[in-house]
Design a protein around this ligand. Sequence first.
Ligand code: ADP
Length: 219
Amino acid sequence: MASSPLRFEVNSPNRVEQRLRIVLLGPPGAGKGTQAARVACRFGTPHIATGDIFRANVASGTELGRTAQEYMDRGDLVPDEVVIAMVMERLAADDCEAGFVLDGFPRTVTQAEALDRRLVEQGSPLHAVACFDITEDELLRRLAGRAAAQHRADDAEQTIRHRLEVYSVKTRPLIDYYRHRRLLTMVDGVGKVEDVTGRILTGLPSSNGGRDPALALAV
Ligand code: ADP
């Protein structure tokens, strides 16, 4: 395909070769993991999911896993300094030169500020933050389904309610944080998986400052 004026050029029907640095934001159960994997695949960037990294560390019994487990099981956030150190190390890996899709980080303003500092130092700021818009009823329904399917301790009903409260208090302020920085796109998180992916891609900025619906066509 001929090069376009877009920042994220489409080189083949299924692949975008330009770097993309994006954060997916949203409450537990909003579909961040599913969508992050699809967007990362589409752009050929790593999908960095802090929850998955923690669960892998719990499973292999590392010190990080032991530290994180008690917080996760209660539905609390792992302390900022632990998460920030882990993500900064991950972002230093070579594969992140291709960009990244962050899923589950940042979750607090302190984490967002640490991410900003790192990316500014590197001269490679975020392109976009997509935040899922979804009702609490829909979240509770999905999380109950996930608890049954995946046996995640933190998907027990009591813990789910606590995680939603934690989201409201600690993570929701990031919506304004990124809105002020003109990075935020709200995405309707209800509907078919591929439709939601299309909405995320449609909301990405293009170099002419507009939105690029053409990107959604090749999902
Ligand atoms: P979900 O988005 O469905 O809540 P995740 O898999 O993203 O699930 O996260 C699971 C748990 O891992 C969180 O409830 C929290 O305990 C921990 N965790 C993940 N990311 C972070 C983060 N950025 N800061 C603090 N804790 C985190």
